[in-house]
Design a protein around this ligand. Structure first.
Ligand code: ACO
Ligand code: ZN
Length: 489
């Protein structure tokens, strides 16, 4: 039997109160007056729509809109993509607690306000308050509400009458990135989130429009300040330039002739392609890719110096061109065997197997380089789930293909090292996957794998998008071992 994988951010289901939301509004004034003032870092149970109950939360930021205070709250034990702005009527103020000493130190130093916590009628339109459906997706709830289809892409493309026919696979010339002004230089710093200023913990982009989709961001991304007040940031799906409105995007599209990401198309199988982009040669694209990715990546470091990275953009082709589905980046050199730095499947394409496909692609490149690889840490909750799944499948596939040599018993012996060599998965990850599959046992002084037929069948049943090495046109810059030492399929 396949062991059920634990949900990494499975919330602690602390049921705080059964009282319906309405009763909070009629809170006794005497209680309110005796409560401490609300500041960033305060803890208070907040009614969470998707859980349909009150959940412990921390106030990250406070703002005032037309006389109404709003509180950006983080639900403790939930992923930050669920953080949202709420009004006080969603809070159980009876249990309001002052900031703990650790949260006060990490709270914003220049933006701490104290506000009275008397419930106020909500006057702000719901779109700016609690109904952040983008955030309302956690692992168990799925990510189905994070995007919706837009007609703008069709109108854009018909305006420009730039229907594409699938060209033959060639090395497209690199884009002329000079047409897009780079955003203000911010050095090579990063936006690592832990302990970061509270500003970077608050989602700053309301909605993006990309190709056929409107997508709700999950996290903060350092787009220029003036974009944070736009109801929608319009992004060119081919060069990733960001515009303040649809007209600006339309004007841009009259000049931007791209119908695919810049760089070389290195893989094509049917309508699926990969484009390889050098972060040094296509700085603007790489920079825009990082900004877009950061909207969905919380704890990864965002490098402004994109020179050390290659970017692999996964696209799907149709009559309008090669639409971005996701990407992964990779260090050109890694002393820690990293073969993937960041990975993203854009929300409209998630949970369809593209993440698995990109991970397989990253290991295929490692095999061609004659290297063992591992993803850069830390992994996100969704990243960990996807990697566990990939590692398990790759290892079971290797075990299935492995036949006993002449003279060997029916039980072929295979070391962790062998599995690592066959799959290009780092030894530590092989071991973690075997443990996660719960198939490794210590028996009579040695480790044995005990695998049921069910487990094999279950993994083989999966109909997956797979990397076909015949469709890959790529040679590594420097291969450390002969590529044929690894199996690339
Ligand atoms: N809930 C439960 N399991 C999930 C979910 C989910 N929401 N998403 C992925 N998985 C697991 C499943 O086990 C799935 O296997 P299955 O198809 O057998 O069920 C497996 O992951 C692979 O799923 P895919 O459909 O191939 O993955 P997807 O295209 O959705 O991409 C990714 C996964 C890239 C992690 C995506 O969720 C994403 O972009 N998330 C936001 C950015 C992020 O967190 N990136 C990883 C950061 S770590 C790093 O960059 C090294
Ligand atoms: Zn463009």
């Amino acid at each position: 039997m396949v062991q059920k994988m634990p949900m990494v951010t499975e919330p602690a289901q602390t049921k705080l109160t059964e009282s319906p939301l309405e009763s909070i509004g009629s809170l006794d004034t005497k209680v309110v007056q005796s409560l401490p003032k609300m500041t960033e870092g305060c803890r208070v149970p907040v009614y969470m729509d998707i859980q349909k109950t009150f959940v412990p939360a921390e106030v990250v930021s406070i703002r005032e809109l037309d006389g109404v205070y709003e509180f950006y709250i983080h639900y403790v034990n939930f992923n930050r993509r669920l953080d949202e702005w709420v009004t006080v009527d969603k809070m159980n103020l009876k249990e309001l607690a002052p900031p703990s000493s650790s949260s006060t130190s990490s709270a914003s130093s220049n933006n701490t306000q104290e506000v009275p916590v008397i419930p106020q009628p909500r006057t702000v339109p719901p779109s700016t308050t609690t109904k952040n459906t983008a955030a309302s997706s956690d692992i168990s709830a799925g990510n189905t509400t994070t995007f919706f289809l837009s007609d703008d892409a069709d109108s854009l493309n018909s305006d420009l009458s730039r229907a594409a026919t699938l060209p033959s696979l060639t090395n497209f010339p690199a884009a002329t990135s000079a047409t897009i002004a780079p955003t203000k230089a911010r050095g090579n710093g990063n936006t690592h989130q832990s302990g970061a200023h509270s500003v970077t913990k608050v989602k700053n982009i309301n909605l993006i429009h990309l190709g056929r989709y409107f997508i709700k961001p999950w996290y903060f991304s350092p787009y220029p300040e003036e974009f944070t007040t736009c109801p929608v940031v319009y992004i060119c799906e081919f060069c990733l330039k960001y515009c303040k409105d649809l007209d600006a995007l339309k004007r841009h599209r009259t000049k931007c002739t791209l119908i695919h990401p810049p760089g070389n198309e290195i893989y094509r199988n049917g309508t699926i392609s990969f484009f390889e982009i050098d972060g040094r040669k296509n700085k603007t694209y790489a920079h825009n890719m990082c900004l877009l990715a950061k909207l969905f990546l919380d704890h990864k470091t965002l490098y402004y110096d994109t020179d050390p990275f290659m970017f692999y953009i996964l696209t799907e082709f149709d009559a309008q061109g090669f639409h971005i589905v996701g990407y992964f980046s990779k260090d050109k050199e890694s002393s820690e065997d990293y073969n993937l730095s960041c990975i993203l499947t854009l929300p409209p394409y998630q949970k369809k197997g593209y993440g698995h496909f990109m991970i397989e692609f990253s290991y295929t490149l490692s095999k061609l380089e004659g290297k063992i690889g591992t993803p850069e840490k830390p992994l996100s909750d969704l990243g960990l789930l996807s990697y566990r799944r990939y590692w398990s499948e790759a290892i079971l596939e290797a075990l299935l293909k492995h036949k006993p040599k002449d003279g060997e018993s029916d039980y072929p012996s295979l070391s962790i090292n062998d599995l690592s060599e066959i799959t290009a998965i780092k030894k530590e990850d092989v071991l973690a996957a075997l443990q996660n599959l719960n198939i490794i046992r210590y028996q009579q002084g040695s480790y044995v794998l005990s695998i049921t037929k069910d487990l094999f069948d279950n993994y083989q049943d999966k109909r997956r998008l797979r990397v076909d090495t015949k469709c890959l046109f790529w040679t590594p810059k420097i291969a450390t071992k002969p590529a044929n030492q690894f199996q690339t399929k």
